[in-house]
Ligand binder design. Structure first.
Ligand code: SF4
Length: 318
């Protein structure tokens, strides 16, 4: 994207707008974890429910979403009030029976107690993140500090010790953004909290002074694949550097809001609209095809593809 970046961004912008506009948002929200914190109206409940949901948002959404829903239901009508009280007096059986891949009930108890502890100490997670961001040299160090404060919150060690549970489960829920990975879940959390409020993102932290322009794309396998198709990166590693490179390309499309199209890009992949194995039929129907070399080649192999593209272009220009 570097040499011809701006020109390509100008060409890509209307295609992304069309992709976003054509999304069945209600249907896609039904399979997206953000749907769970969106059930709460109170900003405190949103930030707590969102961190619980995003921490467990690994693997298949149809498997982890019911577990998160059950966990939040055990936290009652106000997840924030529950977490704040739980940090002072954790109940060892609060999440008994809730197992998900790398995580066990004591990990979930430690997560909730850590959230409550940081909130009790600083007023809210958003207030604390805003302070850390203002004192740090960027988003990533601020995020790393928040993750570290949560992992080392005083109630965590007694909970894990009593359950004889090693710390690696909690580290999986609250990974270190300073590590080699793209920290997809942390960047997704920030997107939810800092963008919006709109039909997808919550915008709960908009008042804490972290600009949308600082956000980094939450890099998952779907976004990575589509970004490579669009020439936003050539990198194959799902690293923070790759996420930053893609974000720089998307910032040419919208400098104030580089992750504006993340939901649409992710759900293009999740829905099978851009399958991992090239599918000429999917490419012919894809709103991004004109900006995608792979898609253009695949669609050109379809009988009658040329006339379909011309018709599509005419319809868009009409
Ligand atoms: S044109 Fe095809 S390969 Fe390119 S983004 Fe769309 S579906 Fe994916």
């Amino acid at each position: 994207m570097a040499s011809t970046g701006r020109l390509r961004a100008d060409a890509l912008r209307p295609l992304l707008v069309a992709l976003d506009a054509g999304l069945d948002r209600a249907e896609r929200l039904g399979v997206d974890p953000v749907e769970l914190p969106r059930r709460h109206a109170d900003p405190d409940d949103q930030e707590v429910a969102a961190l619980v949901a995003v921490s467990l948002a690994y693997g298949r959404a149809d498997v982890f979403k019911p577990l998160v829903a059950e966990m939040l239901s055990r936290m009652g009508p106000s997840p924030a009030r529950f977490a704040d009280a739980f940090a002072r007096a954790p109940g060892p059986q609060a999440f008994a029976g809730l197992h998900y891949r790398f995580n066990r009930p004591p990990d979930l108890a430690a997560l909730v107690a850590a959230i409550g502890w940081v909130r009790n100490a600083h007023g809210s997670l958003g207030a604390r993140f805003g302070e850390l961001y203002r004192g740090a040299s960027g988003l990533r160090p601020a995020l790393a500090s928040l993750a570290s404060e949560l992992r080392d919150a005083p109630p965590v060690a007694p909970i894990l010790r009593a359950a004889r549970r090693p710390r690696r489960g909690l580290r999986h829920l609250l990974p270190d953004p300073g590590g080699p990975g793209a920290s997809k879940r942390w960047n997704l959390y920030l997107r939810w909290m800092i963008r919006g409020p709109d039909a997808v993102d919550l915008g709960t932290w908009a008042r804490h002074g972290v600009p949308r322009s600082a956000l980094v794309v939450p890099l998952d396998t779907h976004v990575h694949r589509v970004a490579r198709c669009l020439g936003l990166t050539r990198r194959r590693d799902a690293s923070w550097s790759t996420a930053e490179e893609i974000t720089r390309g998307l910032a040419l499309v919208d400098p104030q809001d580089p992750v504006r199209f993340d939901f649409a890009l992710c759900h293009l992949g999740m829905s099978g609209g851009c399958p991992a194995r090239r599918d000429p039929v999917a490419c012919a129907a894809c709103p991004l095809a004109e900006a995608c070399k792979a898609g253009t080649r695949a669609a050109a192999r379809l009988p009658g593809a040329g006339s379909r593209r011309v018709k599509g272009r005419r319809a868009r220009n009409a």
